[in-house]
Design a binder for this molecule. Structure first.
Ligand SMILES: Cc1cc2nc3c(=O)[nH]c(=O)nc-3n(C[C@H](O)[C@H](O)[C@H](O)COP(=O)(O)O)c2cc1C
Length: 398
């Protein structure tokens, strides 16, 4: 798949999750495979230009973490342009602009979701950036401010004219936060609005089947996954396999010659008429533990032991969500300060967990975690009840 001058190996993307999509997590996801492009947490353009240490830590990368997009936020066109040039000069593959963040601190300075309400100003900002660099400049937005203002299609069109190389769209409004169902028809409207650039759909994709549904029903050129990758870093690899073994649609299919997205005619809804693809087996408990330990090692390598362990306190429980009974693990994992402590907690947990295993060494069926189902693949009433957890942290309101 192409995004401007950049070719990516798969059309599955890691969405930015501030506080989570740091270098160690990106490396974990890339080592497992299947992801085409990862994006950093959002970075303040001005802080980059001021050579702020924290901002530079957010964009820390290494060759194995490539291709990498850095997501910028800011509303001053010159700062955004200069920050894009700075990123290009240090070898970053792509620059994404945050137009979806609903957090007040970002919106009150005219960044994040506020950009969706000022079409001309936002287009001018993108034009300035796109003219200044050769790497692709992309935009990540929500469907609009609220249901009365679904501005994403108009904005996408204006940004394409201004030189944006791709649009990433989370299928919810700013007002929705993370509640309710992802609106596939809304994403589809953005796909229709774009003339030639790829539109990448996003929101609640937590299974390969959900990714396929998003491709099939929206005609999007790619799918971006955030929290689903935190639940399950194997999701990209599994989704690629699922799509490639499905009869139609998705990441394994060649894109149509007519445009970057999979929709050719204006009114046809590409329904999922395909046969189901093959799902690779769920990762075993041992494999989940191996990857979790690798994640911690990378956290310590990148952030040093005290900080890496502190940061890992909020990561470990995400792995544990698929362990089966896990309260014994979580209550201690959220207190670790050293690698040795973590391994002690893990060893104790593995012994404790044995009581839930059958003769075959697997979790007994009644202790197995329930299968995951995306909001837009459930009955509406249950979609409201069972939302995906939003990771805790400074941006829990995203
Ligand atoms: C904790 C958290 C942090 C986020 N940080 C960012 C961010 O820095 N930039 C951004 O564009 N979106 C951010 N988002 C939104 C996600 O990229 C994504 O659009 C949203 O979570 C829906 O996709 P998902 O259901 O696959 O997670 C964040 C979401 C969460 C839950």
């Amino acid at each position: 798949m192409r995004i401007g001058s950049l070719t990516v190996a798969s059309n599955l993307f890691l969405s930015p999750l501030a506080g989570y999509t740091n270098l160690p997590f990106r490396l974990v996801v890339r080592e497992i495979g299947g992801v085409g492009l990862c994006t950093t947490d959002l970075v303040n353009a001005r802080s980059l230009l001021e050579k702020n240490k924290k901002a530079f830590k957010l964009i820390e990368t290494r060759p194995a973490d490539s291709p990498l997009a850095v997501q910028l936020f800011g509303s001053v066109p010159e700062e955004m342009r200069d920050a894009a040039m700075c990123l290009e000069s240090i070898g970053i593959a792509s620059v994404d602009i945050n137009m979806g963040c609903p957090v007040r601190k970002v919106c009150t300075v005219g960044g994040g979701s506020a950009m969706m309400t000022e079409l001309n100003k936002t287009a001018a900002l993108v034009r300035g950036m796109a003219r200044a660099v050769k790497i692709p400049v992309t935009a990540k937005m929500r469907l609009g401010w609220d249901d009365e203002n679904l501005t994403a299609p108009d904005l996408a069109r204006a940004l394409e004219d201004a030189g944006a190389a791709a649009i990433f769209v989370h299928g919810r409004t700013r007002e929705q936060g993370f509640g309710g169902t992802v609106n596939l028809a809304g994403i589809r409207a953005v796909v229709h609005a774009a003339k030639a650039i790829p539109v990448v759909g996003n929101g609640d994709v937590i299974t390969p089947q959900a990714a396929k549904r998003m491709f099939d029903e929206t005609g999007c050129a790619g799918v971006s996954i955030g929290r689903g990758a935190f639940y399950n870093p194997w999701i990209f690899q599994h989704t690629l396999h699922f799509l490639r073994t499905s009869e139609t649609g998705g990441a394994g299919s060649p894109l149509p010659a007519a445009g970057a997205n999979a929709i050719a005619g204006a009114d046809q809804v590409p329904r999922s008429t395909s046969t189901e693809g093959a799902l690779p087996p769920e990762p075993t408990f041992a494999e989940r533990v191996r990857v979790m330990c690798r994640h911690l090692d990378l956290m310590i390598e990148v952030f040093d032991e005290p900080l890496g362990c502190r940061m890992f306190r909020k990561v470990a429980p995400w792995y544990a969500k698929r362990f089966g009974p896990c309260h014994e693990f979580n209550k201690r994992a959220v207190q670790i300060s050293t690698r040795a402590e973590f391994h002690e907690v893990l060893g104790d947990y593995i012994r404790w967990r044995q009581q839930f295993l059958g003769d075959d060494g697997q979790l007994q069926p009644r202790f197995r975690p329930a299968p995951m189902i995306a909001s837009f693949m459930r009955e509406p009433a249950s979609a409201q009840r069972e939302q995906i957890a939003v990771p805790r942290g400074p941006v829990a309101a995203w």
